[in-house]
Ligand binder design. Sequence first.
Ligand code: BCO
Ligand code: ATP
Ligand code: AKG
Ligand code: FE2
Ligand code: MG
Length: 331
Amino acid sequence: TEMSRAAERLRLLINHLDRPSDAIVSFESHPLICKTQGEYTLDTDLLTPEQRLSYEQNGYILIKNLVSEEDINRFRYTHTRLCRQEVKAPGLVTMRDLAILKSEFVPDQRAISKIQDFQEDPELFRYCTLPQILKYVECFTGPNIMAMHTMLINKPPDAGKKTSRHPMHQDLHYFPFRPADWIVCAWTAMETVNRQNGCLVVLPGTHTGTLQEHDYPEWEGGANKMYHGVRGYDSQHPRVHLEMEKGDTVFFHPLLIHGSGMNQTQGFRKAISCHYASADCYYIDVNGTTQENIANEVKEITMRKYAGQEISFQDSWAFRGRLVKGERTSL
Ligand SMILES: CCCC(=O)SCCNC(=O)CCNC(=O)[C@H](O)C(C)(C)COP(=O)(O)OP(=O)(O)OC[C@H]1O[C@@H](n2cnc3c(N)ncnc32)[C@H](O)[C@@H]1OP(=O)(O)O
Ligand SMILES: Nc1ncnc2c1ncn2[C@@H]1O[C@H](COP(=O)(O)OP(=O)(O)OP(=O)(O)O)[C@@H](O)[C@H]1O
Ligand SMILES: O=C(O)CCC(=O)C(=O)O
Ligand SMILES: [Fe+2]
Ligand SMILES: [Mg+2]
């Protein structure tokens, strides 16, 4: 890992040198290159030494009660209206659970297990700009911050085929940008999440590893579109169930292996999340890598969505990404 991170830094240096001079970010003085105290976090006066150490070692930190009840209630209300199509947001992607795909369509939150790409909905996107979240994000990404990927997950009661599970995966599998250490996910519980309704399950420490090969899990009841899982991860690795209360927020590294279990309750378990990256990250070519499979699926879907227009995997990220702080330097 140390070698591959060194190689990544070298690639980054070359990438910066390749750019026109006005785009060059002063390399020596770059806050992220000059991280001296810890490899994964910056010294911003916010994280305690214990929290920094915990992120370095585990790949995540959980902050209690970070988002107010009032904000979450507003996000819930907007979610309901988006699902009922009472309000529209350009680019919004809605996803139905495999188990109810063939049932009659009712435009209701109960039919929609996930919405993605809400960057054009001002109310939901407010989540991505909350100052108390960005303060933490900055510890990982530095001052130029892009909101790259937005989701509101509405995990349905399992219909009996275990399709409500999310297989163990690394989010970096979906991202054609680097370096991984400058990317972080914020995931906020919109209600109590526990083992019964399918809380996040993480394998602490796996963020120090490399990106693994991902594919559809061989599950009897099938798996949802694009829900790839890590091929053959170590099932003996210690697991932590992140039980959280409404408003609690976990920040985690994109290489951290995580998933979520079945929802064994009758409620729809809700969480809102955003993946942030330093605007100083750069796009990579995933051809010939393990990410080729997801890139092809994404290209196929964008092709259908935008009437046959070919959009590169990288561009599909560039046009959804939104600057939330600082300067849009590269992404
Ligand atoms: C850090 C990131 C981590 C992650 O994002 S992990 C999860 C990644 N998931 C995603 O990116 C969401 C993917 N979902 C989507 O893009 C859309 O929901 C999807 C699948 C394209 C469907 O949207 P629409 O096109 O609006 O819906 P549609 O009813 O016209 O369906 C089109 C074809 O897709 C199929 N489909 C829809 N939902 C599915 C599901 N849950 N599992 C498996 N297949 C599914 C559907 O049957 C249809 O197929 P066909 O054309 O009839 O052969
Ligand atoms: N057979 C399996 N192969 C691969 N991954 C699995 C398998 N079973 C569960 N997982 C994954 O492990 C994580 C936890 O899922 P699981 O349904 O076992 O919930 P759990 O939280 O462990 O609950 P329980 O208390 O019932 O064990 C999820 O990411 C799930 O997708
Ligand atoms: O909320 C969940 O169940 C986890 C979702 C997740 O990890 C993802 O979509 O990448
Ligand atoms: Fe994930
Ligand atoms: Mg289990």
